[in-house]
Design a protein. Sequence first.
Lengths: 321, 323
Amino acid sequence: MATPESATARLGRLLTMVPWLVNRQGIDIAEAAKELGVTTAQVEADLALLFVCGTPGHLPDDLIEAEWEEGRVFLRNADTIARPLRLGLDEATALIAGLRTLAAVPGLDERDAVDRALAKLVEAAGDLGGATDRVRIALEDEVPSETLATVRAAVAAHRRLHLVYVVPSRDETTERDVDPMRVVSLDGNWYLEGWCHRAQDVRLFRLDRVASVELLDEDGTPPTGARPRDLDAGLFTPGPDDLSATVELQPDATWVVDYYPATDVERRSDGVLTVSFRTADLRWLRQLVWRLGGSARVVAPESLRAEIADGARAALAAYED
Amino acid sequence: MANSPAAKTERLLNLVICLLYTRQPLAKARIRDAVPQYGEAASDEAFDRMFERDKDELRELGIPLRMEPLDPLFDDESGYRIDRREYALPELSFEPDEFAVLGLASRTWQQASLAGAAATALRKLEAAEVERDVNSVVGLEPRIHTTEPAFNTVKDAVLRRQGISFAYRKAHGEASQRRLQPWSVANWHGRWYVTGFDLDRQAPRVFRLGRIEGAVKRVGKPGAYDVPAGHDPIAMIDGPETPPAEAVVLVHEHAGNILRRRAHDSADADDGRTRLTLRYTDPGVLADEIAGFGPAVQVLSPPELAAAVVRRLRGALDRNGAA
């Protein structure tokens, strides 16, 4: 743990850990540590602490019995705290908001289980239930449920998929075979992650850009060594061959830095931002500058600026007759 | 080391056990005798201070500490206890498939600020359920991020119905100080928003957490106002529904792929281009999108949409034309 755990936080953790261990007498200490998300040394320290606690009197019979010799954990005489503490507000909120999010996934087979779990949890949350409704997550709802169902079925059955996929940043429609790995909803969009035979690499496909999908009658096990990407660094990871570009954004276009992966941002006193991007392909930037309608100027590369000016001229010519 | 964190945890744990164990409310003096670590307090005052703090910390953990008269006939002296039924999670039994979706719900937060709370909640629910089927929800991973620094304070204020104030940067320009009674916090299209009643504007408003600058201050007490019944945060963020209008555009061969996908109707034009009919609700959004295609897409109708696209392209040309 990065920051030292406070005494109160540790108490909260112990009150959760005791009922869990009481129901798993003889569990391997390393396994318990892993499931509880702490180190084995931490579990030992916790057990040593529990060992000296107990009911008033604090005679040997009053104390919690904790044993962990030979790597197996036994916890007895802890009846007063053998039931978990009620869910706290954040705890109830996290699960209830998570379940409500799942309930809204189009065409989910587990919908019935979600509804049952949700009903029980809302009951368990009691008075807190109303508050938990005020934290909401809306996932993308424009994905056809058949697309989602097909790609999920392919993941489950390890079957290859054939995709017709639109790449808006290059304005292309592509066809490719993909060995599916998982379906992820990230920052509001649904993605299929899988081994793309065309790119010979792991790729993410946004499901709302899948024009059509076909489940092939072929094994779709990704090659060994294909690993899901770490999505927590964000979707954009600059590569060594990336091109760089610098753009000046007027104050009314500074929102761009919230949406696009800028590597460097400088704010001038007049509110204009100078922003740098590193990216494998600059076509999306050309699109962005056109749509920003004069609120963005490409500083570098000059060739991109010229391309934008030429393209705008050609487009405007069509409206002149 | 009477003051080490471990000693304090030990004291708090003994206090919890003692108050759960007793059926009758316990007077402070009795508690002092029953919890060995209180014996180390140097004076009555030191014990009083320690006990007051401990009570607050237990309540913050959500432990329902009751203060009741020691004798029902005389309420001159109070004692403390924890009601076991109030303390404990109700007995619930979840089916394996329910556990599987609970696990999935909890993992939604695994990279976000509620990750710890979600994992603890799951551990409490599964305390007595050793059997579970973690793999039954195949290959589905909803993930949510809470990278906005304001998230935690705003979420707490929403859950507790407590006012907040913060500096807010609009899409264009300066940050201004806002005071809000927050109603809900919602993630929409991957971004967090807070809805609520803006005390300065005296009207309901939506704010994007990513545009809040600096620290969010809490104002006033929790439970200070009510959230309107039937408040729908997503509908409020999404804005009022407007009936869709129709636009006709010409797209070059192989171009406008994302528009082709959405087109309501499509027909070949004489010059190799394709004529698409699109439905839209926000002309600004569609004009942005069409301008982004540059020369590959041309608007035929309505004229207002064509004018909006021309305005964008002319601006881009003016700004990027001369060296």
